[in-house]
Design a protein. Structure first.
Length: 360
């Protein structure tokens, strides 16, 4: 890449070039720069990119010539821009390390670990950037499952403690219904509120289970087909439609009650996210190693503040939601060694659950 060599040359202008690199070394460094799997970049104190290796094309999608001359700070995620500016401003001599998100050509962001050395008298900052998006994602998943574990343990303990007093209050209320007929309506409301609380606790307790109660070989298509009338009834009352797209799907080993719960939670969220006249699709498919269940809606997408915490109990954007539906789905999937993948946009959301065909 000639621009690398030329720019490297010009970046050394004014300095004693021989003290830095001989011609031969420059030739070598050009090749190493082009072979690097990391992004190598030189910019000035005005953030203007002077040179960059071609790794950028593979990682971010931009060609080097598309970004040379542009201000690299503009590619940094707006939330981290000030921080990066401060780091560079405060460190005029030392090597600095920082982490931030960088814009890709397709409009998404990737996480980068960056090492930079400022050389003030040359008006140059040398930067090496490594794409750590995958590592960040895994760390995030790990944190999520640790959070889920902690919450599960708490749930198991608290749930039982709370349920017992609720049951005895409920018993007394039932007695009062007979005794105080003129308060019947209020008392029945109190009972139904207690039942709702009990339902939430039951759902919450199911998060703390490590193993499914009753795993047996079953066919996902028939589980979906059995649930269909229930899901359809809910959708119809709201003027929405449900479509099944059941393809040949292999048996999996699973707990039928839990799988019904998982499908219902996804379907319920999908229906709630859609305007009337829209359609929810439940699809099954399979390949050599997986059986795939996908619930696709035509709703408005998952709000970004929910997306970053998805699967965490009690995260909800709904006035009457408890925020347990997805947490329950994630814990059921985990017990089935299945993986949940989400795609969401303003045109709709799809949740896919990938079940392994054979459980070890
Ligand atoms: N298909 C979807 N489309 C858009 N947003 C969704 C979808 N599924 C989930 N969400 C978002 O995720 C949040 C959490 O969902 P979750 O099912 O865990 O709780 P909830 O639906 O709010 O309450 P509940 O516990 O009663 O199900 C929702 O409040 C909503 O903001
Ligand atoms: Mg829900």
């Amino acid at each position: 890449m000639s621009h690398w060599l030329e720019d490297q040359n010009s970046s050394l202008e004014g300095a004693n070039r021989n003290t830095f690199l001989t011609k031969e070394k420059l030739f070598e460094s050009e090749h190493f720069a082009e072979l690097s799997l990391d992004i190598l970049l030189v910019h000035d104190y005005n953030w203007q990119i002077i040179t960059i290796n071609s790794a950028i094309e593979e990682i971010l999608g931009f060609k080097p010539e598309e970004v040379i001359g542009k201000r690299c700070i503009d590619l940094v995620h707006p939330e981290e821009r000030e921080n990066v500016q401060n780091i560079i401003a405060e460190n005029t001599k030392k090597k600095v390390k920082y982490k931030n998100r960088i814009l890709c050509k397709d409009g998404t962001y990737k996480w980068f670990q960056l090492n930079a050395i400022p050389i003030e008298k040359e008006n140059r900052i040398f930067v090496v950037g490594r794409d750590v998006t995958e590592k960040e994602r895994m760390m995030e998943q790990l944190k999520k499952s640790e959070r889920l574990n902690l919450i599960s343990q708490l749930a198991a303990g608290l749930g039982h403690e709370i349920r017992n007093p609720l049951q005895s209050v409920r018993g007394f209320l039932q007695l009062f219904v007979k005794k105080y007929q003129n308060e019947k309506e209020h008392l029945e409301l109190m009972i139904s509120e207690l039942d709702r609380a009990n339902h939430i606790i039951t759902e919450f307790l199911s998060l703390s289970k490590n193993r499914s109660k009753n795993p047996v070989p079953l066919n996902l298509n028939s589980v979906v087909a059995n649930l269909f009338p229930l899901i359809q009834a809910k959708a119809f009352t709201e003027g929405k439609d449900v479509r099944l797209d059941l393809n040949i799907s292999a048996n999996i080993i699973g707990d039928e009650e839990e799988l019904k719960q998982l499908i219902l939670n996804f379907a319920q969220n999908g229906i709630e996210a859609m305007e009337p006249q829209k359609t929810l699709t439940i699809r099954t498919a399979s390949d050599q190693s997986y059986v795939l269940l996908t619930v696709i809606d035509e709703g408005k997408g998952i709000p970004s503040e929910v997306y970053s915490k998805m699967g965490t109990p009690f995260v909800t954007s709904k006035a009457d939601g408890t925020g347990l539906g997805l947490a329950v789905c994630y814990s059921i999937a985990e017990r089935h060694k299945a993986k949940i993948e989400v795609e969401t946009s303003s045109n709709g959301t799809s949740f896919s659950v990938k079940f392994p065909k054979k459980l070890k």
